[in-house]
Design a binder for this molecule. Structure first.
Ligand code: FES
Ligand code: FES
Length: 161
Protein backbone atom coordinates (compact mmCIF):
# COMPACT_ATOMS: atom_id res chain seq x y z
CA UNK A 1 0.00 0.00 0.00
CA UNK A 2 1.30 3.48 -0.85
CA UNK A 3 2.22 5.59 2.16
CA UNK A 4 1.43 8.80 0.31
CA UNK A 5 -1.80 10.37 -0.88
CA UNK A 6 -2.25 12.54 -3.96
CA UNK A 7 -3.54 16.01 -3.29
CA UNK A 8 -4.41 18.92 -5.51
CA UNK A 9 -4.41 22.46 -4.13
CA UNK A 10 -4.51 25.94 -5.60
CA UNK A 11 -1.98 28.12 -3.79
CA UNK A 12 -1.90 31.82 -4.63
CA UNK A 13 -3.65 31.02 -7.91
CA UNK A 14 -1.28 28.24 -8.96
CA UNK A 15 -2.42 24.62 -9.05
CA UNK A 16 -0.13 22.04 -7.46
CA UNK A 17 -0.53 18.28 -7.52
CA UNK A 18 1.71 16.41 -5.11
CA UNK A 19 1.95 13.05 -3.36
CA UNK A 20 2.23 13.67 0.38
CA UNK A 21 2.47 11.64 3.55
CA UNK A 22 -0.81 11.78 5.49
CA UNK A 23 1.00 13.19 8.52
CA UNK A 24 2.57 16.11 6.65
CA UNK A 25 1.46 19.43 8.11
CA UNK A 26 0.16 22.08 5.75
CA UNK A 27 2.77 24.49 7.11
CA UNK A 28 5.56 22.07 6.15
CA UNK A 29 3.92 21.38 2.81
CA UNK A 30 3.87 25.09 1.99
CA UNK A 31 7.39 25.78 3.23
CA UNK A 32 9.27 22.64 2.31
CA UNK A 33 7.35 21.02 -0.54
CA UNK A 34 6.35 24.22 -2.35
CA UNK A 35 9.16 26.46 -1.11
CA UNK A 36 6.75 29.17 0.07
CA UNK A 37 8.70 30.14 3.17
CA UNK A 38 6.78 33.35 3.81
CA UNK A 39 4.50 31.36 6.11
CA UNK A 40 6.33 31.14 9.41
CA UNK A 41 6.26 28.38 11.97
CA UNK A 42 6.57 29.31 15.63
CA UNK A 43 4.84 27.22 18.27
CA UNK A 44 3.55 24.45 15.97
CA UNK A 45 0.58 23.88 18.21
CA UNK A 46 -1.90 26.55 17.28
CA UNK A 47 -1.03 29.25 19.80
CA UNK A 48 1.10 31.93 18.15
CA UNK A 49 -0.65 32.47 14.78
CA UNK A 50 2.61 32.85 12.85
CA UNK A 51 1.51 30.17 10.39
CA UNK A 52 -1.84 31.75 9.54
CA UNK A 53 -2.95 31.35 5.93
CA UNK A 54 -6.31 31.61 4.17
CA UNK A 55 -7.97 28.29 3.48
CA UNK A 56 -10.90 28.66 1.10
CA UNK A 57 -11.03 32.32 2.13
CA UNK A 58 -10.95 31.92 5.91
CA UNK A 59 -7.92 32.31 8.14
CA UNK A 60 -6.56 29.01 9.40
CA UNK A 61 -3.56 27.67 11.30
CA UNK A 62 -1.37 25.84 8.80
CA UNK A 63 0.37 24.06 11.70
CA UNK A 64 -2.91 22.54 12.84
CA UNK A 65 -3.94 21.38 9.38
CA UNK A 66 -2.67 18.34 7.57
CA UNK A 67 -1.82 18.90 3.92
CA UNK A 68 -4.25 16.13 2.96
CA UNK A 69 -7.06 18.10 4.63
CA UNK A 70 -6.41 20.90 2.15
CA UNK A 71 -6.97 18.62 -0.84
CA UNK A 72 -9.22 20.45 -3.30
CA UNK A 73 -8.88 23.75 -1.43
CA UNK A 74 -7.78 27.22 -2.35
CA UNK A 75 -4.96 28.59 -0.22
CA UNK A 76 -3.56 32.07 0.05
CA UNK A 77 -0.24 32.72 1.75
CA UNK A 78 1.54 35.98 2.47
CA UNK A 79 3.24 35.66 -0.91
CA UNK A 80 -0.15 36.41 -2.50
CA UNK A 81 -0.24 39.94 -1.10
CA UNK A 82 2.57 41.74 -2.82
CA UNK A 83 6.30 42.07 -3.27
CA UNK A 84 8.92 44.32 -1.77
CA UNK A 85 8.74 46.46 -4.89
CA UNK A 86 4.97 46.39 -5.03
CA UNK A 87 3.40 46.02 -1.62
CA UNK A 88 -0.32 45.67 -1.01
CA UNK A 89 -2.05 48.59 0.80
CA UNK A 90 -2.10 46.50 3.99
CA UNK A 91 1.62 45.74 3.75
CA UNK A 92 2.28 49.39 3.02
CA UNK A 93 0.30 50.34 6.13
CA UNK A 94 2.39 47.95 8.24
CA UNK A 95 5.55 49.53 6.84
CA UNK A 96 4.27 53.05 7.32
CA UNK A 97 3.05 52.53 10.90
CA UNK A 98 5.96 50.38 12.10
CA UNK A 99 3.72 47.33 12.50
CA UNK A 100 6.71 45.03 12.66
CA UNK A 101 10.14 44.74 14.16
CA UNK A 102 11.73 41.32 13.77
CA UNK A 103 8.97 40.34 11.33
CA UNK A 104 8.49 36.82 12.63
CA UNK A 105 4.80 37.29 13.36
CA UNK A 106 4.16 39.51 10.36
CA UNK A 107 2.99 36.98 7.77
CA UNK A 108 0.43 35.67 10.22
CA UNK A 109 -0.59 39.17 11.28
CA UNK A 110 -1.08 40.17 7.64
CA UNK A 111 -3.11 37.12 6.66
CA UNK A 112 -5.28 37.40 9.77
CA UNK A 113 -5.77 41.09 8.96
CA UNK A 114 -6.80 40.27 5.40
CA UNK A 115 -9.50 37.99 6.78
CA UNK A 116 -10.45 40.51 9.47
CA UNK A 117 -10.86 43.37 6.98
CA UNK A 118 -12.84 41.15 4.65
CA UNK A 119 -15.29 40.42 7.44
CA UNK A 120 -15.19 43.87 9.10
CA UNK A 121 -14.11 46.26 6.31
CA UNK A 122 -14.41 49.31 8.56
CA UNK A 123 -13.14 47.60 11.69
CA UNK A 124 -12.98 49.59 14.91
CA UNK A 125 -9.95 49.37 17.20
CA UNK A 126 -11.86 46.97 19.44
CA UNK A 127 -12.70 44.75 16.48
CA UNK A 128 -9.10 44.90 15.26
CA UNK A 129 -7.78 43.89 18.68
CA UNK A 130 -10.35 41.14 18.91
CA UNK A 131 -9.59 39.93 15.39
CA UNK A 132 -5.85 39.83 16.06
CA UNK A 133 -6.11 38.36 19.54
CA UNK A 134 -5.03 34.95 18.31
CA UNK A 135 -1.75 36.26 16.91
CA UNK A 136 1.20 36.81 19.21
CA UNK A 137 3.92 39.41 18.73
CA UNK A 138 6.79 39.68 21.15
CA UNK A 139 8.27 42.88 19.71
CA UNK A 140 5.80 45.61 18.97
CA UNK A 141 3.42 45.81 21.92
CA UNK A 142 0.65 45.52 19.31
CA UNK A 143 -0.15 49.25 19.23
CA UNK A 144 1.59 49.80 15.90
CA UNK A 145 -0.02 46.74 14.38
CA UNK A 146 -3.46 47.99 15.37
CA UNK A 147 -2.57 51.41 13.93
CA UNK A 148 -1.53 49.76 10.65
CA UNK A 149 -4.75 47.78 10.32
CA UNK A 150 -6.75 50.85 11.31
CA UNK A 151 -5.02 52.82 8.53
CA UNK A 152 -5.75 50.08 6.01
CA UNK A 153 -9.39 50.06 7.08
CA UNK A 154 -9.56 53.86 6.82
CA UNK A 155 -8.09 53.70 3.34
CA UNK A 156 -10.94 51.43 2.32
CA UNK A 157 -13.38 53.86 3.90
CA UNK A 158 -11.88 56.61 1.75
CA UNK A 159 -12.20 54.40 -1.29
CA UNK A 160 -8.50 54.68 -2.01
CA UNK A 161 -6.45 51.59 -2.79
S1 FES B 1 3.05 27.93 14.35
FE1 FES B 1 0.96 27.64 13.99
S2 FES B 1 -0.03 28.72 15.59
FE2 FES B 1 2.10 28.85 16.07
S1 FES C 1 7.56 41.82 15.02
FE1 FES C 1 8.76 40.39 16.16
S2 FES C 1 7.29 38.97 16.85
FE2 FES C 1 6.11 40.52 15.96
Amino acid sequence: MSDTLDIRVVVNGVTYERAVEPRLLLSDFLRQTLGLTGTHVGCEHGVCGACTILLDGDSARACLTFAVQADGCRIETVESLGTVARMSPLQEAFREHHGLQCGFCTAGMLMTSVDLLKKWPLASDAEIRDGLSGNLCRCTGYQHIVAAVRAAAAQRKDGSK
